[in-house]
Write a protein that binds this ligand. Sequence first.
Ligand code: GDP
Length: 439
Amino acid sequence: MFESLSERLDSAFKLLKGEGRISEINVASTVKEIRRALVDADVNYKIAKEFTDRVKDKALGEKVITAISPSQLMVKIVKDELADLMGGTAAELELKANPTIILIAGLQGSGKTTFSGKLANFLKSKGKKPLLVAADIYRPAAIDQLKVLGGQIEVPVYSEPENKNAVQITENALREAKQNNNNVIIIDTAGRLAVDEAMMAEVANIRKAVQPQEILFVVDSMTGQDAVNTAKAFNDRLDFTGVVLTKLDGDTRGGAALTIKYTVEKPIKFVSMGEKLDTLDVFYPERMAQRILGMGDITTLVERAQAQFNEEQAKKLEKKIRQNQFDFDDFREQLQQIKKMGNLKDLMGMIPGVGKAIKDIDISDDAFKGIEAMIGSMTPQERGNPDIIDGSRRKRIAKGAGKEIQDVNQFMKQFEQMRQMMKMMNKMGAGGKGLKALG
Ligand code: GDP
């Protein structure tokens, strides 16, 4: 995400390396470089200029603190300004009303339907009982797509494929929601390829009829300045309550994320980073600024892990590790949990400093495929008792997984090392109070 911008900002800060303090002269070249980096990231020149003027004023106004180098100070100032530009604090969804009605609008292909599914999934995990409404009356495929998504996350989808009146459909959906006690209603509307009066009028009519608490405008972040212009057009007509930036997992330069809030004065509420239904993140300007500056985002990483955390499973695992019984079933379960947390490269990029180090390395989501194939070709007995896996079993496992015997040997060796490490930790811990008490 925003790799090129991150890199360019980094080189701008490097211009201050070796300087004892910030001065009019040395700050000028740094600020100029930051401005160029922003413009190349598709930030409008005026916004970039205002941004760097503020950075410069702040940098020159800072008291000289000897403990902090000028480049560190600059990183801090730019981080704060980036966070400010993107909205300062996080903006939460307004979910007090029962039912809460959320209208989703945006151009066709922006990711509205996918986001509707993700949002339903997100709210369901927070204990809500959502109903998805397919209000796209032009593309039957859109209705089917929403139904498939709804099926995957077990959220009901209301649709009337024969009805060509979107307002009527949504009104009927509200009635249905009341009967079924759905407390959040997510309405996926039709989009067009470009901003178009008929489309706007239709969404505006739905809005008037159902009075939503939230109107979320979905926009593809890959479209850069166009995204900002589209946002302006939609906001003029719909006065939406928040923005959803999609496809942030792609090769986007960053302009949309950085300037939408400034341009329409509406907060970004969510960012979507992939086609999987659990790759939706609440947008936190501060964390995003940290990520852009290569400081990682441990908070989001921990939250993703927590979302997958299952207390019962964790207790079971802890017990098995303690009794030196960690086996291939446990290992596979752990891999699956990690995969559920999202794209691997994206996850690693949240660790401070790692994003930059791995930016040119291709880390595919299939990284675990070989290991999974090997575990998959073990018998349940072998998975539960790794010690019985002898030479002939290894040969069979390699064949079943389409791997070489050396691959299986290496994997078994790594697995064994992992178990040794766990054993050692158990021994070390046995003297400690906590584990002793547990037996
Ligand atoms: P709609 O026409 O606005 O409803 O857009 P869709 O939800 O159908 O999305 C259009 C395409 O973009 C589909 O192929 C989606 O799978 C894809 N898509 C949606 N959100 C994301 C995202 O966050 N990342 C990526 N990589 N693809 C996405």
